[in-house]
Design a protein around this ligand. Structure first.
Ligand SMILES: *Cc1c(COP(=O)(O)O)cnc(C)c1O
Length: 401
């Protein structure tokens, strides 16, 4: 092997791989229903597209400053102040090609060899790989369905060592949809702050929340929090802009400067006209987002009910994001279509083969007792997918086609 030691440790993104497999099956004429999507199934709102077109026409097609145009950084500061109750200045903002890139840059800026990064599990699958790229060490903090996949103060305290440098939190969570209340969040953030850790708060699902619950940014807890918090957000999920590649971090000046250096020599600034479109998105009335969340909410309730009606499955009603994360361990060791499965990967493969329905195995996110099902797909697809899944489990009849 001639590739580097670091690259040899990196796993490909299982969700991106599943999406390509589903696309491949579809192109071969297989009638497959995909529940792997990590992106809204809605189009980007028209006024956002119009803004990008206008800036293209006006010739706004050159490099921008690495950390983003001032207009965007000011709009982000205004948003963070108004919606999240955090006061930042433009020099504390780094705009990148997505929240994914900005987290990568921050981890590069923060980690020394062997520094430990606390990651509540189940987790978004890019976190541990990004920690590996940064020569850090992921330390997973387990949670389970019993406590809605939330960790506690005690969990944080138990896992801090003299090598711990960073805590990553993601509320609402991908893959579980779990949302911390203000009090719960304070309880886990405070011991991390006391221990001098930096905290990366990935708030990409902040606007996709149900049941009148509210999102809280831990950077708003006070000055000592603000000094250690890196608030990460983006446009992909809230504005259906996954392909535009724009996200940002807000944090302490020195960390933002360091993360900007990483960007200086890797990608340079984000796409110019995407930045203009992002300003339009951030300054809009948010109606498209609210309409999308209403639709997600209907699907959420429906899919959770269908799943809980299946013998052997239990599924929490998530408070945010667009995923459900059912516990399927009750299906292990049963006879399904003549096969016995004992783990999430084999189960997901069996369902894909026999029911032509694509779920993501929980093991990709750190739990082998679960599947991740995205409901960012039409109600019609959800109904059909649940019918096929149920039929496979109840009667062992495979879906032909
Ligand atoms: C989708 C997602 C991201 C990345 O979003 P981009 O802005 O498209 O890079 C980051 N974190 C989580 C938890 C996500 O689900």
């Amino acid at each position: 092997m001639t590739t580097s030691n670091i690259i040899n440790k990196i796993k490909p993104s299982a969700t991106l791989a599943l999406s390509s497999k589903v696309k491949q099956m579809k192109s071969e004429g297989v009638d497959v229903i995909g529940f792997g999507a990590g992106e809204p199934d809605f189009d980007t709102p028209e006024e956002i597209k119009a803004s990008a077109i206008e800036s293209l026409k006006s010739g706004f097609t050159k490099y921008t400053p690495t950390s983003g145009i001032l207009e965007l950084k000011e709009a982000i500061c205004e948003k963070l102040s108004k919606e999240n109750n955090i006061n930042y200045s433009p020099q504390q903002i780094l705009a990148s090609c997505g929240a994914k890139q900005v987290i990568f840059n921050c981890l590069q800026a923060l980690c020394n060899d062997g520094d430990e990064v606390l990651i509540p599990s189940p987790y978004w699958l890019s976190y541990p790989e990004q920690v590996t790229f940064a020569r850090g060490k992921s330390v997973f903090i387990e949670s389970s369905d019993e406590n809605d996949f939330k960790i506690t103060r005690n969990d944080i305290e138990r896992n801090i060592t003299d090598r711990t440098k960073v805590l990553i939190i993601n509320s609402p969570s991908n893959p579980t949809g779990s949302l911390y209340t203000e009090k719960e969040l304070f309880e886990i953030v405070q011991p991390a702050i006391n221990a001098g850790l930096y905290i990366i708060s990935d708030e990409i699902y902040e606007k996709i929340i149900y049941d009148g619950e509210k999102h809280v940014s831990p950077a708003s807890f006070g000055q000592e929090f603000l000094e250690k918090l890196i608030t990460v957000n983006g446009f992909s999920k809230a504005f259906s802009m996954t392909g535009w590649r724009i996200g940002y971090a807000a944090g302490p000046v020195d960390i933002i400067k360091a993360a900007t250096l990483v960007q200086d020599h890797s990608t340079s600034g984000p796409n110019s006209f995407t930045q203009k479109a992002a300003v339009t998105a951030i300054q809009g009335d948010g109606k498209a987002t609210r309409d999308m969340v209403k639709e997600f909410d209907k699907r959420r309730k429906y899919i959770v009910e269908r799943l809980n009606n299946i013998d052997g499955i239990t599924c929490m009603l998530p408070k945010g994001a667009f995923y459900v994360f059912p516990n399927i361990s009750g299906l292990y060791n049963r006879d399904i279509c003549g096969q016995r499965v004992t783990n999430s990967l084999d189960l997901a493969n069996l369902i894909l083969d026999k029911a032509k329905t694509a779920f993501v195995p929980g093991i990709c996110f750190g739990s082998d007792l679960h599947l991740r099902i995205s409901y960012a797909t039409s109600m019609e697809n959800i109904k059909e997918g649940m019918d096929r899944f149920e039929k496979l489990l109840n009667t062992g009849i495979a879906h032909e086609g």
